[in-house]
Design a binder for this molecule. Structure first.
Ligand code: TXA
Ligand code: MG
Length: 344
């Protein structure tokens, strides 16, 4: 059954305490509240309430085997969710929290099975924006929140994205504008002998390694991993994920852009600063989005992909950024959102 979704605008610099209290009350009663983190909007529920968390899976159409990230507002709250708080966690939380880094650790009894999909571990992070932090503070408990999109769709970086996907399925959306970073957090497994990046994100394996005094941090070459059919340690890392509805292809060689049969409704998305060929007459894409610089590309990629879907583009063509470490997270998402363009 659909119920009304309320949207309330909140000033990200100075959230109205009355609104925060109201949102916390919705959570306390087992409801769902979408709110902005620095990465993407999250679909939040009281992490200690299994019935409320079940509503998240239902609203998103998310498979029950895909665990949720738990958001905390202070270190003591983080420690209450786990049975171990190793030195690696201490160092990384000190350096990167609040921020876009999720740490996987052995979970405590505070976190119900449904949150972690029955796994013995929990993913924890402390988000940066005041709205998110004050909401957790006001609730006084950790908030479980996946990205606030329908399962396998592009993550939301605007409140309208959440409404497009989840209207009638979320009780309240706190609209505090566009998220600052725009790409989901780095997920780091600290339960293995060597820390492992399960999802590349805004904080790179290199930065993590540096803070851990050079301790080797394992990261698979995601583009390769995506095309395999094997299981991933992080169930959310499915090959088709973060995908627009339009047919989406990537071309590694920009010269191939001239060989594409562009439909009338088509868009070209260029990441980085590759040299582009000259299209003759009407033979090119109907519109082009240029994302030359890293931070801007992370912030805008999902906005652009969702805009293409709203415009009902028939084809989206992406030129991925160069294969350099700083671009890896963006390449990972592009590989999940698209298939390689092939002739014929
Ligand atoms: O930036 C983000 O991380 C956003 C904001 C809202 O915090 N959240 C987010 O959540 O992207 P979600 O559910 O869309 O993606 C979480 C990822 C999934 O790939 C999931 O499988 C993985 O983290 N994950 C969560 N808990 C895990 C665990 N205990 N072990 C392994 N992977 C886990
Ligand atoms: Mg997600």
């Amino acid at each position: 059954m659909k119920s009304a979704t309320r949207v309330i605008a909140v000033d990200p610099a100075e959230p109205d305490p009355v609104v925060i209290r109201e949102a916390a009350e919705v959570l306390r009663k087992g409801g769902l509240v979408a709110f902005a983190t620095e990465t993407v909007y999250g679909l939040g529920a009281d992490a200690t309430n299994p019935e409320a968390v079940a509503r998240i899976f239902e609203a998103k159409g998310r498979p029950a085997n895909n665990p949720l990230i738990v958001h905390v507002n202070w270190l003591r709250m983080a420690e209450s969710c786990v049975t171990e708080w190793p030195d690696t966690a201490r160092l990384l939380a000190h350096e990167f929290w609040p921020g876009p880094l999720t740490l996987i650790l052995p979970r405590s009894g505070l976190i119900p099975d449904i949150v972690t999909a029955g796994q013995g571990t929990v993913g924890l992070r402390m988000p940066a924006p005041d709205v998110a932090r004050q909401l957790i503070d006001e609730l006084g408990r950790p908030i479980a929140a996946p990205s606030a999109n329908r399962s396998t769709c592009v993550s939301p970086t605007l409140a309208t994205h959440v409404l497009d996907d989840l209207e009638g399925k979320v009780d309240l959306i706190l609209d505090s504008g566009q998220t600052e970073v725009g790409l989901e957090s780095t997920v780091l497994d600290l339960t293995t002998r060597q820390p492992r990046v399960l999802r590349p994100g805004p904080i790179s394996a290199f930065e993590i390694q540096h803070v851990l005094g050079g301790l080797h941090v394992h990261q698979e070459f995601r583009e390769a991993a995506v095309s395999e059919s094997g299981a991933f340690a992080s169930p959310g890392q499915m090959a088709v994920h973060y995908a627009p509805r339009a047919r989406t292809v990537r071309v590694s060689d920009p010269a191939d852009l001239l060989r594409i049969d562009w439909p009338a409704k088509s868009a070209l998305v260029v990441c980085g600063e590759p040299e582009l060929p000259q299209f003759e007459g009407e033979s090119g894409p109907a519109q082009t989005f240029l994302l030359p610089e890293l931070e801007m590309a992370m912030r805008e990629l999902y906005v652009v992909l969702r805009q293409c879907d709203s415009a009902r583009e028939a084809l989206i063509v992406i030129v991925p950024p160069p294969d350099r470490p700083e671009w890896h997270a963006l390449r990972d998402r592009i590989w999940r959102a698209s298939v390689e363009w092939a002739t014929g």
